[in-house]
Design a binder for this molecule. Structure first.
Ligand code: FES
Length: 192
């Protein structure tokens, strides 16, 4: 995946690089960075790749979890967060380090929708379409949501985000948005 390399002479790019290093508050910088790099996402792998930073190796990630009971899921979450996807080569590498078969790893990767098999740099907006949110009208918002998302944003249906009494609910990164109507959902998607 190729992006315009950050230019250290440019203040926004410089601020973005600082944000990645954690030296300044991140959120407003990411918003500005996205204006310059529309494919930028909430994904440390892509951010690091843009900044030319070294990604953690799978062996490093496995080492963080190897003493846990059932290390596979936390390893997969960290690999997804670090690289943005888990393809066949990564499945094989994880299987080898954890002494599992690749089929076992692939079975888990393909079961959970959180894991992507190929890079997808679009921001993701999760929309709950489980029963309580349905009863509160989420289905009537989907046309507006899809129109706002277009091809820029990946809309993902999920089933319960744990705030059933305040639906319809959407999530962007770690942020939950509650009591959505069509206008608010459109706003959430446009700002993602
Ligand atoms: S049903 Fe939507 S948050 Fe629980």
């Amino acid at each position: 995946m190729h992006y315009a390399k950050p230019n250290p002479e440019n203040s926004i790019d410089r601020a973005m690089l600082n944000a990645i290093k954690g030296s300044v508050e991140k959120k407003p910088i990411e918003v500005e960075a996205r204006k310059r790099h529309p494919l930028l996402v909430n994904n440390s792998g892509f951010l690091k790749e843009m900044a030319g930073q070294q990604l953690k190796s799978i062996a490093d990630i496995v080492a963080l979890h190897i003493r846990k009971l059932g290390p596979l899921l936390p390893v997969l979450h960290d690999v997804q967060a670090e690289f943005g996807f888990i393809d066949a080569a990564k499945e094989s590498e994880i299987a080898q380090v954890l002494n599992l078969s690749r089929a076992e790893v692939h079975g888990v990767v393909s079961f959970y929708h959180d894991f992507l098999s190929a890079p997808d740099p679009r921001p993701e907006v999760q929309i709950c379409r489980a029963e309580a949110c349905k009863a509160r009208g989420v289905e009537g918002l989907m046309a507006a949501g899809e129109a706002a998302a277009g091809k820029r944003v990946r809309l993902k249906t999920v089933y319960c985000l744990g705030l059933c009494s305040a639906g319809p609910v959407a999530r962007v990164g770690n942020q939950l948005h509650i009591r959505l109507d069509a206008d608010r959902l459109t706003q959430v998607i446009e700002q993602s």
